[in-house]
Design a protein around this ligand. Structure first.
Ligand SMILES: Cc1cc2nc3c(=O)[nH]c(=O)nc-3n(C[C@H](O)[C@H](O)[C@H](O)COP(=O)(O)OP(=O)(O)OC[C@H]3O[C@@H](n4cnc5c(N)ncnc54)[C@H](O)[C@@H]3O)c2cc1C
Length: 472
């Protein structure tokens, strides 16, 4: 143990009474050194608070001695958010998971940050309600992480993302003060909207210790179909045509040929490996409307050139159709050991153009590029599969990633639709925001966190910072 660690531990043990919630042994620190993106960074100590009061004391201590503190949920982040890049304290919020109240009268859920998103889905559904944001990681990610990343998911197309369902927060500021933003009312225009500022701030402006989430009635019916295309660009046209037909599907997901092949290789689901694209489309609402809408969606896909359409006749068949999409991530991770998962997003009308650009980038840099994701809202997930031990390959990947971002921005899109900036996209921030836009964000950070202790090294690039995907 270093001298710094030993001093740190003495102080922290005064704050956290249960010593089992203070971790400092090497094997523990390694467990907290990575997320689902790239790079490993060891913290000096890990603390698992269970009350707001413990978080307050911990943050006050960190601020007084200017020690970096990084909030963390379950570390499923795909952009480097919970990585303790400057060491210091990792504040593991996953043990603060005691509260999950559903209020049927006010149509809200009141939750602790460590509660899993899937637990909120389940609790709401038991009361005939729905919490719409549904990141594919909802079974393993915490609501605190979802709030900090402003996570989305397949249902984002129709229902929006996390920020659209948060109406109140309790937050411990970087100076250790407790603030409450918003409240239990759907309408609230009192002053600046600090709730929206905190949501998506990636743990850089404070630690969320409680949230009030808006719920909606659960739609009574839903239908799903799978449309199979010989041409990827045709599938892009089908997406545009469905969306401009007056139907708003609850989910519209895409798998390209490489992801179809990867899934069939990993766990055969009966998908045609020679097809260039598969669309999975779900509509929900009143049973009569749903029946009409799914019939129209089927007709549009046929007109645009789908070679086959599979309709789910019951819940079991629906689960089967969705299973293929859920398997894409684990399946492609089997191809090569390093997976760089991007979420550059373009306006819906530019989806076919983005497909074309991705095809060109794949050929230009000779990379394994797989495209799947929430195509209906333009939030494609171009994933590059590589081997980080192959430095020459990783240089090509770095260039390809830069070009993917440039393409998305040229087409009027954004660096990130849902995974956040973290460390991975910080070097590209100015490309999207411009110098002044980025400077205004820096000023907000400085006002909230004058000592720059709260998750430092995220979102804002260091001068000259470039994307580096090797462990040099
Ligand atoms: C297989 C897989 C599928 C995924 N699918 C999706 C998807 O469909 N949609 C999507 O949007 N994302 C997806 N993700 C990304 C990831 O799951 C989300 O970003 C998720 O919200 C992270 O939650 P977490 O609990 O793991 O948080 P972590 O990864 O631990 O942390 C994420 C960020 O939140 C901050 N943070 C955590 N808790 C708090 C808190 N209480 N207060 C303040 N800041 C906090 C951290 O500092 C960090 O910056 C996926 C990831 C994987 C691995």
């Amino acid at each position: 143990m270093t001298q710094f660690q030993s001093k740190l531990l003495d102080e922290i043990k005064r704050i956290i009474s249960d010593q089992r919630r203070v971790l400092w042994e090497e094997h523990d620190l390694y467990s907290y050194s990575f997320d689902a993106s790239f790079g490993t960074y060891l913290p000096d100590v890990v603390v698992q608070p269970v009350t707001t009061d413990e978080v307050v004391k911990l943050v006050k201590f960190a601020n007084q001695y200017k020690i970096p503190i990084t909030p963390r949920g379950h570390s499923t982040c795909l952009s480097g958010g919970p990585l303790p890049v400057q060491g210091g304290i990792v504040c593991d919020m996953s043990k603060m998971n005691q509260k999950l109240l559903i209020d049927e009268e006010d149509l809200v859920a009141i939750v602790s940050p460590g509660v899993l998103t899937s637990q909120i889905h389940k609790a709401a559904e038991e009361k005939g309600l729905m919490y719409p944001p549904d990141p594919s990681s909802s079974g393993v990610s915490t609501i605190g992480g979802n709030l900090a990343e402003n996570s989305g998911g397949p249902r984002g197309l129709k229902y929006g993302v996390t920020k659209d369902y948060v109406i109140g927060l309790e937050v411990v500021t970087p100076e250790g003060e407790v603030i409450r933003t918003g409240g239990r009312t759907v309408k609230n225009v009192t002053g600046y909207d600090l709730t929206k500022l905190i949501v998506g701030s990636e743990g850089t402006l404070g630690i969320i210790t409680e949230a009030i989430l808006r719920l909606i009635p659960k739609p009574p019916a839903s239908e799903t179909l799978m449309a199979i295309f010989d041409d990827l660009v045709d599938s892009g046209r089908a997406i545009s045509k469905v969306l401009s037909s007056g139907i708003l599907p609850s989910k519209l997901e895409l798998m390209d040929q490489a992801s179809i092949a990867a899934v069939e290789n990993y766990e055969p689901c009966g998908l045609p490996t020679d097809a260039e694209a598969i669309l999975l489309i779900e509509v929900d609402g009143h049973p009569h409307a749903v029946a009409d809408e799914i019939a129209s969606v089927r007709e549009i896909c046929k007109q645009v050139g789908a070679r086959e359409i599979r309709m789910a006749k019951n819940d079991k068949e629906r689960q089967e159709l969705w299973k293929a999409r859920k398997l894409v991530s684990p399946a492609i991770a089997k191809i090569k050991p390093t997976k760089i998962s991007e979420d550059a997003t373009v306006p819906r009308s530019k989806i076919p153009d983005m497909f074309k650009r991705l095809k060109e980038i794949r050929a230009k840099y000779n990379i394994d590029l797989v495209v799947f994701g929430h195509a209906g809202d333009g939030n494609l997930h171009p994933n590059i599969i590589a081997d980080k031990r192959d430095k020459e390959e990783m240089r090509r990947v770095e260039q390809a990633v830069s070009e993917i971002f440039a393409a998305a921005i040229e087409l009027g899109g954004t660096l990130s639709g849902e995974h956040g900036i973290g460390t991975m996209k910080a070097p590209f921030m100015e490309m999207e925001l411009g110098t002044v836009g980025l400077e205004m964000m820096r000023r907000i950070k400085k006002a909230w966190d004058p000592n720059n202790i709260m998750n430092p090294g995220k979102i804002f690039p260091e001068p000259g910072q470039k994307l580096v995907l090797t462990d040099e």
